[in-house]
Write a protein that binds this ligand. Sequence first.
Ligand code: PDD
Length: 281
Amino acid sequence: RIVYVNGRYLPYGEAAVHVEDRGFQFGDAIYEVCEVIDGRLIDEPRHMARLERSLNELQIQQPMAQRALGHVMRQVIKRNRVRDGLVYLQVSRGAAPRDFYFPGPDVLPTVVCLARPMSRAVPATNALKGIAIKSMPDIRWQRCDIKTVMLLPACLAKEAARADGAKEAWFVDGDGFVTEGASSNAWIVAEDGTLVTRQLGSAILPGVTRTTLLDVLREEGMVPVERPFRLNEAYAAREAFITSATQTVMPVVRIDGNTVGDGRPGPIAQRLRNKFHQFAA
Ligand code: PDD
């Protein structure tokens, strides 16, 4: 395996960043995960746009032009001969002696990019059965719209979900509304048949898969509603599912032990899962 680090393509075992990298010490870094199908990046422009937005929000210098970053991602895919899998791209504020204040402009961002093959069989099998969700309080910060590597709350939530036999956690805000998954956006088909996902804002990540799926829905003549929903509404929903670059559209069949619908992946979730890749550029 070959990894890109700061301008060099290195063997996996030799790739390294500085011990005083701010991504390591402060979580002062942002990232993107893109799906790769048939060697092609899915939804690249939207991932690039979100990366740039995350950098701007945190005042991290843009390490290179978007086109150059795209080139790096494609090189990593090619050099690792990845056909189906994912690309992980991380940009930190750089390495400097530990200090909360930002370093000067001479400290350059650290860029890491790696590609990993991933069999599409595993998510496909999960999608046939549907997954279980465990809810928990959203203990993350107030800027979840920025895709930072400060993922400890997500790790804790997913580990707790796994201990309960669930694949994903849904975070619930102080008013009892579902925000999003630990690493996905949350959707339901409400009792009256409307497709619901939480509106954008600082409480959720603007998922690229979410945005593309909204396009698919509108193309199909469906009218999705972007509003908050509570757990009780989700327990009673006809269907539920999650979206992310790695899961696409993944049906949800249980939430906190409550069966959603008839306990099998819903027809809308299944149809959208199939539609998604025809649509995503
Ligand atoms: N996670 N919400 C959160 C908190 C996420 O971490 C993710 C993605 C999403 C979905 O965004 P997108 O559709 O752009 O993948 C929503 C990635 C896959 C990860 O951390 O591995």
